[in-house]
Design a protein around this ligand. Structure first.
Ligand SMILES: [Fe+2]
Ligand SMILES: [Fe+2]
Length: 306
């Protein structure tokens, strides 16, 4: 398999939307818990000793930029890396910002080189939240939609794309082969550490996701920022919205507890708003701001620690 992007370039995606566009190709159905993806069989290379391997269409058809992004993600997201990032960020003493202010701060993250969209990060947050609002979802859920990607501000603090976005997965135990591009885990040092390569790894059976150290990214960070302010269903949406191997593939049942099983429906309910509302028209942020400022004030203090 050839990689057309040099690993030295560091940031393979033209914009973070490339990852999300890929997710939409991979999970095209807006409803249903675990739609079965179409599978095709291909031969890898010409080496006759190599086995025939199943790949889903979305892997074969992925852009080189997306493939390189996942290669970096699977290579670098180790158990120790996740621990180090938690130690670095979860003291949360970088700055204090209100929620709307954080959305404007995130909105600096613009990538003019993506010709496919003129949508900003704030537009995506407003689109998600506005669709929830139109559908009459509860106020806390509309607010959850508005804040769900604020953790992408990690990009503004120098974190590489692979440490901010991408499907998340448990570290410290065996990787599910339902994680996209599973073969890229061969290069991850944890893949060759026997402590981490059983289905339970360092965890107890049924321990619950709260005690599982997920790969590091924007989900975990925004969950930690919001954990004192939103109901548990909303917190599950924040913390696990990129955990596709669980909420769309049904993997990692051995780690779940009853609370996780109860909240899966909420994560799924949220996922369709996150993934499938992006093509709607550009929201009028100025006109919408008063509504969201009121909603924010209902749940959050004026300033949050980031
Ligand atoms: Fe996200
Ligand atoms: Fe999102």
């Amino acid at each position: 398999m050839s990689i057309e992007i040099s690993p030295a370039t560091g940031q393979p995606l033209k914009s973070l939307e490339e990852w999300e566009d890929f997710l939409k190709v991979r999970y095209p159905q807006p409803a249903g818990a675990t739609p079965a993806p179409e599978v095709k069989r291909v031969i890898v290379g010409t080496d006759p000793t190599k086995k025939e391997v199943e790949f889903r269409n979305y892997e074969a058809d992925a852009r080189p930029t997306v493939r390189e992004f996942y290669r970096q993600n699977h290579l670098h997201q180790t158990y120790e890396f996740g621990k180090a990032k938690r130690a670095e960020y979860l003291g949360r003493n970088r700055l204090q910002m209100g929620v709307w202010e954080a959305a404007e701060y995130l909105n600096q993250l613009v990538d003019d080189s993506d010709p496919d969209t003129d949508m900003s990060q704030l537009d995506h947050l407003l689109q998600t939240a506005e669709q929830l609002r139109r559908d009459g979802q509860p106020r806390w859920m509309i607010l959850t939609g508005f804040v769900h990607d604020l953790g992408k501000i990690l990009c503004l603090w120098g974190e590489p794309q692979w440490a901010v976005v991408g499907d998340t997965f448990p570290t410290g135990c065996a990787y599910s082969d339902k994680i996209v591009f599973p073969r890229f885990f061969e290069a991850n040092p944890d893949r060759h550490d026997p402590r981490f390569q059983t289905p339970l790894g360092v965890y107890e059976e049924g321990a619950g996701l709260d005690s599982v150290q997920m790969s590091w990214g924007h989900d975990e960070y925004i969950y930690q920022v919001c954990r004192d302010y939103l109901p548990i269903e909303g917190l599950y949406m924040l913390r696990y919205h990129s955990f596709y191997p669980w909420h769309r593939e049904g993997e990692y049942g051995q780690l779940l507890n009853q609370q996780d099983r109860d909240n899966l429906q909420w994560v799924l309910r949220f996922n369709k708003y996150d993934l499938y509302t992006k093509s709607h028209s550009k929201p009028d942020a100025k006109a919408l701001r008063p509504y969201y400022e009121d909603l924010i004030a209902e749940y959050f203090p004026a300033k949050l620690r980031w």
